[in-house]
Design a protein around this ligand. Structure first.
Ligand SMILES: Nc1ncnc2c1ncn2[C@@H]1O[C@H](COP(=O)(O)OP(=O)(O)OP(=O)(O)O)[C@@H](O)[C@H]1O
Ligand SMILES: [Mg+2]
Length: 72
């Protein structure tokens, strides 16, 4: 198992519901200046699932994003 966390604002409730949907980008990210296609987390989770594992997203206690991935 591995975790990746950051010190940003974390995911909103809306984002937590959709971050793994293809092409979904959160309200704050949805502009061209920041680039991004809304595929990073979708592809990452798909890779993990194809290897029999998974990737989940939530916020950690200090508020930032926390991604947890594991493989069998
Ligand atoms: N570390 C993070 N902290 C807060 N919100 C995030 C974080 N990473 C992703 N998100 C939210 O989840 C959405 C989907 O993330 P995802 O990585 O799939 O796409 P993206 O970062 O917008 O574009 P791409 O990864 O394709 O360059 C983002 O648009 C943003 O709203
Ligand atoms: Mg991304």
């Amino acid at each position: 198992m591995f975790t990746v966390q950051d010190t940003g604002e974390g995911f909103s409730l809306e984002e937590l519901r959709h971050v793994f949907d293809p092409l979904y980008r959160g309200e704050a990210s949805r502009n061209r200046s920041t680039g991004g296609a809304g595929l990073g987390l979708t592809i990452s989770q798909k890779n993990m699932k194809q290897h029999g594992g998974d990737l989940t997203a939530k916020n950690h206690d200090a508020g930032g994003a926390l991604l947890t991935g594991w493989l069998p």
